[in-house]
Design a protein around this ligand. Structure first.
Ligand code: KIV
Ligand code: ZN
Length: 387
């Protein structure tokens, strides 16, 4: 089933929460889930119900209040896990059970100690069991990108026959490349019986900094659901950052022609809420949500921006929830930017006067990295400027 829409599966509260230092209480998860609902994600993975009372409580709180998004919980291929998850999902208006099992040779041999036949049997048994309770079943073939393609196709086929409605092929350890994952999706989709009846999902980790690029390539290969987290938080180097994949699809819509249901103007607020909740700020140069994402300091860039913002910006800061672009005044700034800032502050200077003020500005830049509005005002009043 390749519909022309990308579903956004948010795993901030599950995979994201698994990243060191990012654990959240049930109440914090509820606050975050409200923001994710307003953002417009399709599916919220609330946790791993069988693993903790806290995750069950979070699902119950979220389910009692939020009726629009599909609420998912993760489950191992174990009858006990599935039953606990099914019970916890009673709280959800639109429940999804997400069962997973590793499929790669490394995981089969060293983690599970299971043969290929045993994997196929377990997938069939547990997906059927889950489907007996709930209609919306996602199956994940953990470490899919390091699994033999033919075996992965077979596993997919068995999961579909057993009743899975979404098939997720994760890049669990962030190992794959765009070319490779595009091929993996198109191969499995072309060869697994029943593939046309389910949604394929990409779940990419960022160990090589390729999670977003790999998710885009998976979409090119036929995936129609992308899993990720806000600010890209997640195991090790994290998951695909939702704000980045969503904006990549939006900015390059002429190429992809695929929409998400995300209200992009809520991105920055959602990112900042998560930063506060888990106490983990994003780096200044983080795409979309970092403080420098729409900041310009160099004279050439500022001059270009003042004439036409498209010269150095590929998207509007307002479209992702920032108030505006920032012209940061510092050592690299030119006279035009200083003049524009002074005008914004109500100072219209003649050429000669501006030249003098610009000299003062340059001197100040030797002492401090950034010159603020207060510094400029102080300068104009003949005072000493300080940050
Ligand atoms: O990275 C992964 O493989 C996972 C699965 C459990 C979906 O998080
Ligand atoms: Zn993961």
């Amino acid at each position: 089933m390749t519909t022309d829409r990308i579903r956004i599966f948010d795993t901030t509260l599950r995979d994201g929460e698994q990243s060191p230092g990012c654990s959240m209480s049930p109440q914090q998860k509820l606050v975050m889930a409200r923001a994710l609902t307003e953002l417009g994600v399709d599916i919220i993975e609330t946790g791993f119900a069988a693993s903790s009372q806290s995750d069950r409580e979070a699902l119950s709180l979220i389910g009692a209040e939020l009726k629009t998004p599909v609420l998912a919980t993760l489950s191992r291929c174990l009858p006990g896990d599935i039953q606990t998850s099914v019970k916890a999902l009673e709280a959800a208006a639109r429940p999804r059970l997400h069962v997973f099992l590793s499929t790669s040779p490394l995981h089969r041999e060293h983690k599970l100690r299971m043969s290929k036949e045993q994997i196929l049997e377990s997938v069939h048994k547990h997906v059927s069991l889950a489907r007996g309770y709930i209609d919306d079943i996602e199956f994940s073939a953990e470490d899919a990108t390091r699994t033999e393609l033919d075996f992965l196709t077979e596993v997919t086929q068995v999961a579909i026959a057993a009743g899975a409605t979404t098939i997720n092929l994760p890049d669990t350890v962030g190992f794959t490349t765009p070319e490779e994952i595009r091929h993996m999706f198109s191969h499995v989709i072309a060869n697994a019986a029943g593939a046309d009846k389910v949604i394929f999902s990409a779940h990419c980790h960022n160990d090589l900094g390729l999670a977003v690029a790999n998710s885009l390539a998976a979409i090119e290969g036929g995936a129609r659901q992308v899993e990720g987290s806000i600010n890209g938080i997640g195991e090790r180097a994290g998951n695909c950052a939702i704000e980045e994949i969503v904006m990549a699809l939006k900015v390059r819509n002429a190429f992809y022609d695929l929409d998400t249901g995300i209200d992009t103007r809520r991105i920055v607020a959602t990112s900042q809420l998560l930063q506060r909740l888990v106490g983990m700020p994003v780096q200044r140069n983080k795409a979309i949500v970092g403080a420098n994402a729409f900041a310009h300091e160099s004279g050439i860039h500022q001059h270009g921006m003042l004439r036409n913002r498209n010269t150095y910006e590929i998207m509007r800061p307002e479209d992702v929830g920032w108030e505006s672009s920032q012209m940061v005044l510092g050592r690299h700034s030119g006279r035009a930017a200083v003049d524009a800032r002074l005008r914004a502050l109500g100072y219209w200077l003649e050429e000669e006067e501006l030249a003098l003020v610009f000299e003062q500005f340059k001197t100040l830049c030797e002492e401090q990295r950034v010159v603020t509005d207060i510094d400029l005002q102080s300068m104009m009043q003949g005072g000493t400027a300080h940050n």
